[in-house]
Design a protein around this ligand. Structure first.
Ligand code: G3P
Length: 217
């Protein structure tokens, strides 16, 4: 499973990229706001740092304007994936940009039927939002499972990019279900390394090592 980093914070991306933990990056208007940066400038900086897909989202709501914005974003770098919302205009935009050879990430997906439409519109990625389904007492992972089955039934090439990941358990479940990619905030990716038994075991090893009186360096 590929790891994308869901942030526009360049320092956080760099830290994960140095460890090989950033196969790509996803941003959205809320993350651009959080970064306090200009969208074109920060997207360019990220795309230069990360060879994998870097998603940048259009903000127009009507297809012609979305296509124009998408073309402008795609010009930033060859590894830009233009992100469009799962609306009818977003699907039209997906078809046009995909036919032009631009990667498209269709976002704000909350149903299997929406994912089916995105695949038929030629999306490179579909982004089901797991956490936001959990928020309204549905099981986000059920959606990932359904999309996996549908895409496999018909051999769709669109990659399932599990988004709105909030917990380390979401990451495990995505890997078990066969999501192609998961995108998570840096703190969730870093939390994957934590385990209380690792901390406890390390503490004991340090105590015992101190008693040996030895040094390695
Ligand atoms: O990738 C989508 C993500 O940014 C949304 O996450 O936690 O706001 O639902 P969240």
């Amino acid at each position: 499973m590929k790891f994308f980093v869901d942030t526009a914070d360049v320092d956080a991306i760099r830290e994960l990229a140095d460890l090989g933990m950033a196969d790509g990056v996803t941003t959205n208007p809320s993350l651009i706001l959080k970064s306090g940066r200009d969208i074109l400038e920060v997207t360019r900086e990220i795309a230069e740092m990360i060879p994998g897909p870097v998603s940048a989202e259009v903000v127009a709501l009507e297809a012609d304007a979305m296509i124009a914005e998408g073309r402008k974003l795609a010009k930033i770098a060859p590894n830009i994936a233009v992100k469009v919302p799962l609306t009818w205009d977003g699907l039209k935009t997906c078809r046009v940009l995909s036919d032009e050879g631009t990667m498209v990430n269709v976002t704000l997906c909350f149903s299997a039927n929406q994912a089916l439409l995105a695949a038929k519109a030629g999306a490179t990625f579909i982004s089901p939002f797991i956490g936001r389904l959990d928020d309204i007492n549905l099981d986000g992972m059920d959606l990932i499972r359904d999309i996996r089955e549908i895409y496999d039934n018909y051999n769709f090439k669109t990659e399932i990019l599990a988004a709105s990941i909030r917990t380390v358990n979401h990451v495990t479940q995505c890997a078990l279900t066969g999501a192609d990619v998961m995108t998570a905030p840096p703190n969730v990716i870093k939390a994957l390394a934590s385990h209380p038994l690792t901390d406890k075991g390390l503490e004991q090893f340090m105590k015992d090592w101190a008693k040996t009186g030895q040094k390695i360096l």
